[in-house]
Design a protein around this ligand. Structure first.
Ligand SMILES: [Zn+2]
Length: 449
C-alpha cells in the first residue's frame, strides 16, 4: 500500500528568523537555503519580501539559485504585499505566494478592525489577485485555532474557490491541544466544499510545548504539509521542529505511516549550520540534534549500549548525521578526517579553504587536545569572515598563536565542555606553548595528506 506523502515546508528563514537574535543577512540565508535543499525540504519559505530590502533581496536571490524546492514568499492580503512578493519570487523555478489574513474575532476586532464580512471579501480578493500572478497560492487564516469554526470553514471554502492550492491552518499563538487540533483538520475535511482539491497544511507554535504533537495530530487527520523549522526556532517559543517531525515518522512508521523526502543524515549538519550562523546554540537536551541527544552517562546505560545499542537507542546517531563520537578530532587527525567532519557540519570546502582551516585546526588541537564541533565551527566562521586569511597573510606566526578560545563568553562553560584540562582556565595555570615549533614539525604532514 502506498503511504501518503507529507510535504515538508521549512519556514526557518521566515518565521524562524522572527526569533529574537536569529536574524540573518542575505548571504547567510542563501547558505542555509542551499543546506535546506540538501536536506530535502519540499518547500522553503524564504522570507517576507515587503518587510525589508534585505528580505526582498534574500527571497529573490534564493529564488534564483535554489531550483529544486518550491520557494515561497509571505504577503499580507493586499496588492502591495502580493506585488512585492511576486517581484521577488518570479524568477523561481517553483514560486509560491503565501497570503495570510487573520480570521479570529479577537484579531478582526482589535488588530484589523474589520468585520467578518470584510475579512471574507479581503481574503477572496487577495487570493484572486495573487492567482492572477502565480499558479501556486497558499492561504493562511492567521489565528485559525481561535477562529469560530463555522466561519473558518467559510473562509477556507472561499479561498479555495478563489484559487488557493494549499490552505495552511496556523495555531499562531500555540494554544491548541493535539486532539483539538486534529479534530479541527478533520472538520475542515468533512465540512469544506472543494477541500479534496487542495493540500491542508499545519503551522503550530510551541508555547505549550505541543507544536510537534499538534502537527502530527494534524497529519493523522488529513494534513499533507507540515510547516516547521530547524531547531524549532520561531516566534516566541518557536515552531514545530523539523527534525522531530521527520524522525517521529521515520522511527514510528507503525503509528505514522507516511513518507517524506527528508535526508535524515542532513539533520545534524542543518542544525549546526543554523546555530553557527545565528550564534544561538542548540539546547543540549534538544531531541535529535542536541549535544546530549545520544550521550549516555549512567553506567548501566553505557553497559547496555556497549552490549547492544538497541537497549537504549531508538535510532542511531549516524542516521541523523551526528558524527561518530568515537572519532575524536585531535592533533593527530588528518585532513581527510577534518574534511569529513566539516561536511558533517554542513560545510564543503575547496582545497585551498580546507588548507586554511587545517593549519588553524592543528594549532588549536595542540592547545586543547580535543577539538569539539563548536570549536571547529568557530574556525570555519572566522574563515568565512575572512579575518583569518587576512591575519595569516600579515603575521603568519601571530595569527596561529592568536587562536581565540571558541565561544569564550563563559570560560567556565567552555572549560566544562572540555574533556581535558585547558591552560589558563578553571584553575589550571597558564602554561607555555610551542605553536611555532609544533607547526614547523608538522609542516610536511600538513601539506602531504
Ligand atoms: Zn508562525
Amino acid at each position: 500500500m502506498d503511504r501518503p506523502h507529507i510535504r515538508i515546508f521549512d519556514t526557518t528563514l521566515r518565521d524562524g528568523e522572527q526569533s529574537p537574535g536569529c536574524s540573518m543577512n542575505v548571504q547567510e540565508k542563501l547558505r542555509l537555503a542551499q543546506q535546506l535543499d540538501r536536506l530535502g525540504a519540499d518547500a522553503i519559505e524564504a522570507g517576507f519580501p515587503i518587510a525589508s530590502e534585505g528580505d526582498f533581496e534574500a527571497v529573490q536571490k534564493i529564488a534564483a539559485v535554489v531550483r529544486r524546492p518550491i520557494i515561497a514568499g509571505l504577503a499580507r492580503a493586499c496588492t502591495l504585499d502580493i506585488d512585492r512578493a511576486w517581484q521577488a519570487l518570479k524568477v523561481a523555478a517553483h514560486p509560491r505566494i503565501h497570503v495570510f489574513l487573520a480570521t479570529s474575532d479577537i484579531h478582526l476586532k482589535y488588530k484589523l478592525r474589520i468585520t467578518r464580512e470584510q475579512c471574507l471579501a479581503q481574503a477572496r480578493e487577495a487570493v484572486r489577485y495573487a492567482k492572477s500572478l502565480c499558479d501556486d497560492i497558499q492561504f493562511s487564516p492567521e489565528d485559525a485555532t481561535r477562529t469560530d469554526i463555522p466561519f473558518l470553514c467559510q473562509v477556507v471554502e472561499t479561498v479555495i474557490a478563489a484559487g488557493a492550492t494549499t490552505v495552511n491552518i496556523p495555531d499562531t499563538v500555540g494554544y491548541s491541544m493535539p486532539e483539538e487540533y486534529g479534530q479541527l483538520i478533520r472538520t475542515l475535511w468533512e465540512k469544506v466544499a472543494g477541500i479534496e482539491n487542495v493540500t491542508i497544511s499545519t503551522h503550530c507554535h510551541n508555547d505549550l510545548g505541543l507544536a510537534v504533537a499538534n502537527s502530527l495530530a494534524g497529519v493523522q487527520n488529513g494534513a499533507r504539509q507540515v510547516e516547521c523549522t530547524i531547531n524549532g526556532i520561531g516566534e516566541r517559543a518557536g515552531n514545530a521542529s523539523l527534525e522531530e517531525i521527520a524522525m517521529a515518522m521515520r522511527v514510528r512508521p507503525d503509528r505514522y505511516p507516511y513518507e517524506h523526502e527528508i535526508v535524515s543524515e542532513q539533520l545534524y549538519p542543518s542544525s549546526q549550520m543554523l546555530a553557527e550562523i545565528t550564534s544561538v546554540p542548540v539546547q543540549p537536551n534538544k531531541a535529535i540534534t542536541g549535544r546530549n541527544a545520544f550521550a549516555h552517562e549512567a553506567g548501566i546505560h553505557q553497559d547496555g549500549i556497549l552490549k547492544n545499542p538497541l537497549t537504549y537507542e531508538i535510532m542511531t546517531p549516524q542516521s541523523v548525521g551526528v558524527p561518530d563520537s568515537r572519532l575524536v578530532l585531535g592533533k593527530h587527525s588528518g585532513r581527510h578526517a577534518l574534511a569529513l567532519r566539516c561536511q558533517q557540519l554542513g560545510h564543503n570546502f575547496e582545497r585551498r579553504e580546507l588548507d586554511e582551516i587545517y593549519r588553524r585546526f592543528v594549532v588549536l588541537a595542540d592547545r586543547i587536545k580535543r577539538v569539539q564541533d563548536s570549536h571547529l565551527l568557530e574556525l570555519i566562521h572566522d574563515l568565512a569572515n575572512g579575518d583569518f586569511a587576512a591575519q595569516a597573510k600579515k603575521h603568519p606566526q601571530s595569527a596561529a598563536s592568536a587562536v581565540p578560545l571558541p565561544f569564550a563568553a563563559s570560560a567556565a562553560a567552555v572549560a566544562d565542555s572540555f574533556p581535558f584540562h585547558m591552560p589558563g582556565i578553571a584553575g589550571h595555570g597558564p602554561r607555555t606553548n610551542s605553536f611555532g615549533e609544533h607547526h614547523s614539525e608538522q609542516e610536511d604532514y600538513l601539506w602531504g595528506v
